[in-house]
Design a protein around this ligand. Structure first.
Ligand code: AMP
Length: 401
């Protein structure tokens, strides 16, 4: 069964075509710079990459291009679009409404639309992708997978902010959390690798990529997470500040006269690793610069690890007893230094890293010593594959209810 996943950003569409349930990646690609004079279209099938520069004015044109490339590319990924049994869409904000992936109908579209105020940068392009996909892949089911869904089990004490309660009632201001697809997947995988039932696992899952978040998992369910109303709260990220005293924002507004648009830009695009290092938001560049003695790059890395360490510590006390700490995402999977720095010296808490496994291993693995009470794992994540899996499951139910 062929399943297409679509991830629409404000000016991009990423897609992957899987053959399920074998989880084989058949094709993947990307349309970038949508709406600009020259857009870029990259399409890959069986190791053959084709890159084109052309004008793509909106998401609808982008999806038309993708639908065409899948059947006419060299080699074609499929003979006809009708072979696709389901399209799975990544939707960033599912508000309080969705605790799992769902079949998209008009009502679901209206509800996603209603959450646009909570995710103005994300939900509108996600919706544009859904509407366009209904046009070009109208023959098959469409599924929405929400970044927020896994976090619907977080209790009130953890999701409310201590501002007047009416703001929660009136505007839904609360912690929602993101990266749910990834946290759920790596928690499930960790349970399998440790031979535990997925609903018996207590764990701290660390998704460290361009965006970063940590989740406290009790009995297989999310009970707290570091991202909040928006994906700005919590860990230090590539260009996002993460946690900050709200007083700093008031200071910047009053003293420098910065308004919401400028503050948004400052905290989301100019802060984090980039803001501290003054160099790059890319961890690879920071590691290279730090090695050459760049102090600001070293400081950015140290601050990143320190913030992560604080979250691990606080979630340890939230959960009381845990079986595992799991690392995933581009940084979590590939930077042993981050894993080491964030967990060093915690032997007294039952966390003992295996230095060799941490530095030398590859892929999915346990990187703690045998006598470590808490296992530390690296589990590569693949959010698209998880979305494809949910879509496949719903498509199969539709065929065989
Ligand atoms: P993601 O959003 O999961 O793709 O992660 C992107 C982040 O992971 C960027 O900061 C990259 O620099 C970092 N990253 C990816 N691969 C590596 C690697 N092999 N070594 C160091 N950092 C990496």
């Amino acid at each position: 069964m062929k399943i297409l996943t679509i991830n629409c950003g404000s000016s991009s569409i990423k897609y992957k075509l899987f053959d399920m349930p074998g989880e084989t990646l058949v094709a993947k690609g990307l349309v970038e710079k949508i709406g600009e004079e020259t857009s870029i279209f990259r399409h890959e099938v069986a190791g053959q990459v084709r890159e084109e520069r052309l004008q793509v004015r909106n998401h609808e044109e982008g999806l038309e291009l993708i639908a065409r490339a899948l059947v006419t590319g060299e080699p074609p990924a499929i003979k006809e679009v009708a072979e696709i049994a389901g399209v799975g869409h990544r939707v960033v904000h599912g508000g309080e409404g969705f605790d799992r992936s769902v079949l998209i109908d008009d009502e679901v579209i209206n509800r996603i639309e209603a959450y646009r105020e909570l995710a103005p940068l994300h939900n509108p392009p996600n919706l544009a992708g859904i509407k366009a996909a209904r046009r070009f892949f109208g023959h098959c089911i469409q599924v929405a997978s929400f970044d927020t869904a896994f976090h619907r089990t977080i209790p009130e004490v953890a999701y409310l902010y201590a501002i007047p309660y009416r703001f929660y009632q009136q505007y839904g201001i609360r912690r929602y959390g993101f990266h749910g697809t990834s946290h759920r997947y790596v928690a499930r995988r960790a349970a399998e690798l440790l031979g535990r039932d997925k609903y018996s696992l207590n764990a701290i899952t660390c998704h460290l990529g361009n965006g970063c978040s940590v989740t406290a998992v009790r009995a297989g369910r999310s009970v707290d997470t570091s991202m909040g109303l928006t994906p700005l709260e919590g860990l230090i990220m590539g260009t996002r500040s993460g946690d900050i005293d709200p007083g700093v924002i008031l200071f910047l507004a009053e003293r420098l006269g910065l308004e919401a648009v400028a503050l948004n830009r400052l905290l989301n695009r100019e802060s984090g690793l980039l803001g501290i290092s003054g160099l790059s938001n890319d961890f690879r560049n920071l590691l290279q610069a730090a090695e050459k003695g760049n102090r600001q790059a070293s400081l950015a890395i140290d601050m990143f690890c320190y913030r992560l360490r604080k979250y691990v510590g606080s979630y340890l006390t939230v959960l009381g007893q845990i079986h595992a700490i799991v690392f995933t995402g581009g940084i979590g999977e590939n930077v042993p230094l981050v894993r080491e720095k964030s967990l060093a010296g915690l032997e007294g808490l039952g966390i003992i890293l295996d230095r060799e496994a941490n530095y030398q291993g590859q892929g999915e693995r346990i990187i703690s010593q045998k006598d470590s009470r808490i296992a530390v794992l690296v589990v590569p994540t693949d959010e698209e594959l998880r979305i494809a899996f949910d879509t496949y499951t719903l498509a199969r139910e539709k065929v065989r209810p």
